[in-house]
Design a binder for this molecule. Structure first.
Ligand SMILES: *Cc1c(COP(=O)(O)O)cnc(C)c1O
Length: 396
């Protein structure tokens, strides 16, 4: 078996594509003007920013004036949530509804607000990783300021019933925000048709660079300014525009949302082949609903192994994947997402996420399906937990 390099962690970040990079380069070189300057060099930069804004708007069914560029998905989430909290607190509304398995850009923001007089309801998710819109309906109160529910989960890829949730919020007169960082480019989105009030997206998950994002804010919602200063972003987020990054986001989102259905038709069978292949191993389970999930996502728990060891051994075989442990934070706590769908700690620890895209080949898939069982067998053969399991002993 010849070693390959397979990047299967597109949910963590993506490579800047050639087309994106090419579209950005002129704004580093000859078109370096400040978008606020009135001479041609500045006006050209301004034009480029507005063209990118139109592209972002078109990609999600918004009006360009509803798009604000930010520095990342996390910033968009923070602005939407804290901004709405500010806006609504004045009207005596200090209750927020979210879910237990949001990205930390949302959860840590709502936790911050809890320390500042807000009450937050965390909606549970089913063992399939799905939110029941009825739970949202039941949680809405007179003083609910905002419902914020992610469009697609970053770890297990499950796609939430956003239309139903948005309809409930609309009916109850509550603002609805969605973190769509993982969904954009993989799911067809039309914010106006779907009744979404605010939506966060990020460039580096769709082949633009790291450090650029956008927030869609429906016309009529007057979020407080995020950064005070100059008149950029209609005065709401001051600071000289990052023109190359904005242009790159425009190119990236245009490409990412162009042929979503065709792309998904290519990825889904390959993803399913991977799922079926890995699930042939004993004591494995697929995390998250099989059908209501992002086409490129698979998340599988493999009992008797440690996720980190698995990742290191996959890396030695040229495969970049991710696990269910929050090793990034330096803690060994298993992922809050995997716990939220009812996994035991030790099972959550042995989890692996692959996030693939349409550039993956059938040969790549075969390679992964050769490597993973070998690595798992090796790790299990060294694992005291596995040994106990095989002897039928209980392990904790
Ligand atoms: C990556 C991600 C974010 C954060 O986006 P950044 O641009 O990295 O700040 C937020 N939410 C979800 C669901 C993500 O996957």
């Amino acid at each position: 078996m010849e070693k390959r390099f397979i990047y299967a962690d597109n949910a963590a970040t993506t490579a800047v594509s050639e087309e994106v990079l090419e579209s950005m380069l002129p704004y580093f070189r000859e078109d370096y003007g400040n978008a606020s300057s009135i001479y041609k060099l500045g006006r050209d930069a301004q034009k480029a920013v507005e063209t990118a804004r139109e592209k972002v708007a078109n990609a999600i069914g918004a009006d360009p004036r509803e798009i604000f560029f930010t520095s990342c998905g996390s910033e968009s989430d923070n602005w939407a949530i804290k901004g709405t909290a500010d806006l609504m607190a004045g009207k005596g509304k200090k209750h927020i509804i979210t879910s237990v398995f949001e990205h930390h850009a949302v959860l840590h923001t709502t936790e911050y607000l809890e320390k500042h007089g807000f009450e937050v309801t965390y909606i549970p998710v089913s063992d399939k990783g799905l939110i029941d819109p009825q739970d949202i309906k039941n949680a809405i109160r007179e003083d609910t300021a905002l419902v914020t529910i992610m469009y697609a989960n970053n770890e297990i890829g499950t796609i939430q019933p956003i239309d139903e949730i948005a309809a409930i919020c609309r009916e109850k007169g509550v603002l609805f925000h969605t973190d769509a960082v993982q969904a954009v480019g993989h799911v067809n989105i039309d914010v106006h048709k779907q009744g979404i009030d605010m939506l966060s997206l990020s460039g580096h998950k769709i082949h633009a660079q790291k450090g650029i994002g956008a927030l869609y804010v429906r016309k009529g919602i007057n979020l407080p300014n995020l950064i005070h200063g100059g008149g950029q972003e209609r005065g709401k987020r001051a600071g000289t525009e990052n023109v190359p990054a904005i242009v790159g986001l425009g190119t990236a989102i245009e490409i990412a949302t162009r042929d979503i259905d065709a792309k998904n038709a290519v990825i889904t069978p390959l993803r399913n082949k991977l799922i079926d292949g890995i699930l042939k191993l004993p004591y494995t389970r697929l995390n998250g609903d099989r059908d209501k999930r992002l086409p490129g996502n698979l998340n599988i728990s493999i009992e008797g192994i440690e996720g980190e060891s698995l990742l290191l051994m996959l890396d030695m075989n040229g495969i970049c994947a991710s696990s269910g442990s929050a090793c990034t934070s330096g803690s060994l706590d298993p992922s809050h997402v995997l716990l939220s769908i009812g996994l035991k700690h030790e099972v959550a620890h042995g989890s692996m996420r692959l996030s693939i895209e349409e550039n993956i080949t059938d040969e790549d898939v075969d390679y992964i399906l050769e490597v993973v069982p070998k690595v798992v067998e090796r790790l299990r053969s060294m694992s005291p937990v596995w040994e106990k399991m095989m002897k039928g002993e209980k392990y904790e």
